[in-house]
Design a protein around this ligand. Structure first.
Ligand SMILES: Nc1ncnc2c1ncn2[C@@H]1O[C@H](COP(=O)(O)OP(=O)(O)OP(=O)(O)O)[C@@H](O)[C@H]1O
Length: 508
């Protein structure tokens, strides 16, 4: 095969710069992603990774700089232009239509999709296409019934079906189990080596970068601080490039908490999902003061519904929640009174008001209390901003100012801003779901330490996490959820990864 037969596309930026108002999100980035390579893009939260790839894809117009595709300078005004150059992007969130089957999703995604579809010939062509692909997904199943891993594969297949030959993957393994992640990256690596595609992968996982990427570019505060062959760099080299001289917080040690009382007591909880089907059934669980109970499980086994019930965002069909022995009906007032704090997944959607400022979002729990409230709902901007400034500094939230709309922050910084709000109070009960999703390694260390600090101070913590390592690091006890029920509970010292994995797969 000559290079001409290899359809992988190469992309280069020269002096790419993007300025938002007073903030330079990306400054003079010149990166070269050679055709037929897997290139990793590393950087702390807010370093400018999304800004760079959005400039490549035509979502943003760069303030300065050039884009070259296969060595030719091009102007990409919008994502449609990017597609014409065979550039495609797979996002962290799914973009598929849940009620359509995988086949229907693929066919309707085609820009030349006819108004009247000849399904028979289309499906035939699709099957022929899938035969050439390394991964398979069931074609006739509605996307809503596919697992997270299958959906992720389908997102990538969609790009390949649309003949994109330069794929940008934004943290492609964040919803996958370690086994699925290795399988997917291995298969993609095979296509890269065959010269069929080029991949630019945003990742926070050094292990994946070292195992699968050829080259790496590191951004810090909008600047390109290093590039090179992965084989010439150690993890420490990459970590140092990412964070410069920032100190990483030491892992918080678990202190022994004196024999303590039950704080959160759940008895026979039942709740339904959005379609009225049973989502959680007969959940019994107690969490003591100074204890972290980790809820492990494959996503979609009732964990999010449980968190919603405990945060007052989903009705309980039956059961009883007690806090310090008192019945608890989650509402704003009851949560404030009993010092219950919660952090849900996708904080921009579930725990923040996107168009409101960072300061207003940080005040959301306390806007009706002094010193922020004067009388009634009238907010005092002075104290609100002062509190926000303090939290921004303490939690290292990267934002141009407290007045910036929170939706303009990078994903990891939204997460930090909401965590700052929820962790800064006097906490008795803390309910957190996947708190480190999408965070860079320094922030992961920071957030985990803060959760451990709350436990050491005597909070009862319910930690829902799809990351088993997180549970093994933080939890005192683990409970596995499978099909809406708690199928297994054990003190962390009396169990292991395999046993928990077995229970997650429903074998208990
Ligand atoms: N539309 C926008 N308006 C104003 N500022 C923005 C906008 N988009 C991004 N920024 C700012 O640009 C900087 C870089 O953000 P970017 O999203 O590129 O970071 P990132 O490296 O992708 O981070 P993460 O790992 O958290 O996703 C951040 O300070 C962010 O607040």
């Amino acid at each position: 095969m000559t290079d001409k037969d290899r359809p992988a596309v190469g992309v280069e930026t020269v002096g790419m710069t993007k300025i938002f108002g007073s903030l330079t999100a990306l400054e003079d980035a010149s990166i070269k992603v050679r055709p037929g390579t897997l290139h990793a893009l590393l950087g702390e939260n807010g370093a400018g990774k999304s800004t760079l790839v959005k400039c490549m894809m035509g979502f943003y117009q760069p303030t300065r700089g050039k884009l070259l595709v296969d060595g030719q300078e091009v102007v990409v005004r919008n994502p449609r232009d990017a597609m014409a150059y065979k550039l495609g992007m797979v996002y962290q969130h799914f973009t598929l239509v849940p009620s359509l089957t995988a086949a229907e999703n693929l066919i309707v995604s085609r820009p030349d999709c006819p108004k009247v579809i000849d399904w028979k010939s289309e499906i035939g062509a699709l099957e022929a296409f899938l035969d050439r692909m390394p991964f398979k997904v069931p074609l006739r199943t509605p996307v809503a019934s596919l697992s997270a891993g299958e959906k992720q594969k389908l997102e990538i297949l969609k790009q390949l079906y649309l003949d994109r030959r330069f794929l940008i993957l934004d943290e492609p393994t964040s919803v996958l189990t370690p086994g699925e992640a290795d399988e997917m990256l291995g298969l993609l690596r095979g296509m890269v080596e065959a010269g069929e595609i080029t991949i630019l992968m945003i990742s926070h996982k050094f292990r994946e970068v070292t195992a699968y990427a050829d080259e790496v570019t590191v951004l810090r505060r909008g600047r390109q601080v290093g590039s090179g062959l992965v084989k010439d760099l150690t993890r420490d080299d990459m970590a140092r490039m990412m964070i410069g001289d920032t100190k990483i917080r030491e892992r918080a040690a678990r202190t022994t908490v004196e024999k303590s009382a039950t704080v959160l007591d759940l008895t026979a909880l039942y709740a339904s999902d959005d379609d009225g089907l049973p989502a959680i059934e007969a959940i019994d669980l107690k969490v003591k003061a100074g204890e972290i109970v980790g809820i492990a499980g494959v996503s979609g086994n009732g964990q999010s519904e449980l968190v919603e019930v405990l945060s007052g965002q989903r009705d309980l069909d039956d059961g009883r929640i007690l806090i310090h022995g008192h019945p608890f009906e989650p509402s704003r007032g009851a949560m404030a009174k009993l010092k219950v704090f919660s952090l849900q997944e996708e904080p921009l959607r579930n725990s923040a008001v996107p168009r409101m400022s960072v300061a207003e979002n940080m005040a959301l729990r306390s806007f009706d209390q002094p010193p922020i409230s004067r009388s009634g709902w009238w907010l005092k901007p002075g104290p609100m901003k002062a509190i926000a400034r303090e939290l921004i500094a303490r939690y290292r939230v990267k934002t141009p100012s407290p007045e910036t709309p929170i939706e303009n922050l990078s994903g990891g910084n939204v997460q930090r801003a909401v965590l700052a709000r929820e962790l800064s109070g006097d906490v008795d009960v803390l309910i957190v779901a996947n708190p480190c999703f999408g965070l860079d390694f320094a922030s992961v260390a920071e957030i985990r330490s803060q959760i451990m600090d709350q436990r050491n101070r005597g909070a009862a913590v319910l930690l829902v996490s799809e990351d088993l390592d997180e549970i093994l690091e933080l939890a005192d006890r683990v409970a596995v959820m499978s099909e809406g029920r708690i199928s297994y509970v054990a003190p962390i010292g009396e169990t292991d990864r395999q046993t928990i994995g077995h229970a997650m797969a429903g074998h208990h």
